[in-house]
Design a protein around this ligand. Structure first.
Ligand SMILES: [Mg+2]
Length: 384
């Protein structure tokens, strides 16, 4: 049965390109038809449905395999092979001076550093290598400066203004940041480090993580991966790493870190359909000060998986999806991108024909508070 599952999943993945991306998914949509262009396309729908057939079928017929995750071994291997980078990251986190000893600019610089690490952590996506190892073997912290030119859209100043503004203007003691996760392995550790930083430096009081209910796209985080990662960080022989793991376990125990999963994340609907399809999830996200969407598939679903013009404003392509201020943090692995400056895409195409799909480029793309927010003018990034 297990061999059969492996065979079926292998077949499923060879039907896609090496990035888990079906070449026919994107549809050209004229700008004037944007509002009618909201239905997700068939290939993504089929791709999203398969794991459910598998999960539901095996749950009924063969309970021991119900929780079988065909990518578990690869995900765990990615974690172990990235151990040196994980240790460096945890050591860095533990060496930071307390919040009270940092100026606002120092705090902002550190926030940007950890945001960039979380961005480039998204490069370690197993789907880029067709399931082969793509662990982080070199210290990403040493590479950040050199990677800056590859950030095509950088709204991190606006993101910072929001986080700082939430802290200062929150009407309740709770400042909540939600992270819609992408990949397990090194990327998840970078997300946990960022989450720890936001709590420790009082930029947030609660972090809510959103993972998948079932093993889904290659390396996606499930609750098992979330707990397994914290447990293995805690069990490290390296002191800083083990301390981070113990802190993270404590965050979970004390309810400062909350893990959610919801079936909607593994359904084919574009996120603009969330208020109708999953109103409970939408209401949950509305409680956040900021929602961070990690990775490429979240971006595709935020964009309704449509091939918008490269210069389309981000807010327009979100098609009304705005539970809270949100930010996409992704390296580009699928052939869609909005919010670029006129001529930017053409320049990139001329210098690097594969710029959209190699994971070499990244974005921090932010959609700030709606105009009713009192400090909107200070934090909404320019609309391209
Ligand atoms: Mg993924």
């Amino acid at each position: 049965m297990v061999l059969l599952a492996l065979a079926v999943c292998r077949v499923l993945h060879v039907s896609e390109d090496s990035r888990g991306h079906h070449p026919e998914v994107l549809k050209e949509v004229p700008t004037e038809k944007l509002q009618s262009a909201l239905s997700i396309t068939a290939p993504l729908e089929q791709r999203c449905a398969f794991p459910h057939y598998w999960s539901e079928g095996t749950a009924f017929t063969c309970p021991p395999i119900q929780d079988f995750d065909v990518f578990k071994e690869s995900k765990d291997k990615n974690f172990f092979e990235s151990q040196e980078s994980i240790d460096a990251l945890c050591t860095h986190l533990k060496q930071l001076r307390p919040a009270k000893d940092l100026s606002e600019n120092e705090l902002k610089d550190e926030c940007f550093r950890l945001l960039q690490i979380s961005l480039w952590g998204n490069k370690c996506d197993l789907s880029l290598s067709g399931g082969e190892s793509s662990s982080q073997r070199t210290s990403v912290m040493d590479s950040l400066e050199g990677l800056k030119p590859f950030i095509l859209i950088n709204d991190s100043e606006a993101l910072w203004a929001l986080l700082n503004g939430c802290k200062k203007t929150a009407k309740t003691p709770a400042v909540r940041v939600d992270i819609v996760l992408d990949n397990s392995g090194f990327e998840l550790v970078t997300d946990l480090v960022l989450a720890d930083f936001l709590l420790s430096f009082e930029l947030a009081t609660e972090i809510h993580f959103h993972g998948k209910t079932i093993p889904w796209f290659v390396s996606d985080v499930t609750v098992r991966d979330f707990s397994w990662t914290i447990e293995h960080v805690k069990s490290s022989n390296q002191k800083s790493t083990a301390t981070c793991g113990a802190d993270w376990e404590n965050h979970v125990k004390m309810g400062r870190w909350i893990y959610h999963d919801h079936l909607f994340w593994t359904l084919p609907h574009p996120y603009c359909a969330m208020p109708q399809v999953a109103p409970d999830l939408y209401a949950e996200l509305q409680k956040a000060c900021l929602v961070i969407f990690k990775g490429d598939l979240n971006y595709r679903k935020l964009m309704s998986d449509r091939k918008w013009a490269f210069t389309t404003p981000f807010r327009q392509a979100l098609s009304g999806f705005h539970p809270a201020p949100l930010c996409s943090i992704r390296t580009l692995k699928a052939e869609l991108q909005v919010g670029l400056q006129p001529g930017q895409a053409e320049q990139l195409s001329a210098s690097d024909p594969h710029w959209l799909t190699t994971g070499k480029y990244g974005i921090f793309q932010f959609d700030g508070p709606l105009p009713t927010c009192p400090f909107v003018n200070t934090i909404q990034p320019k609309l391209a």
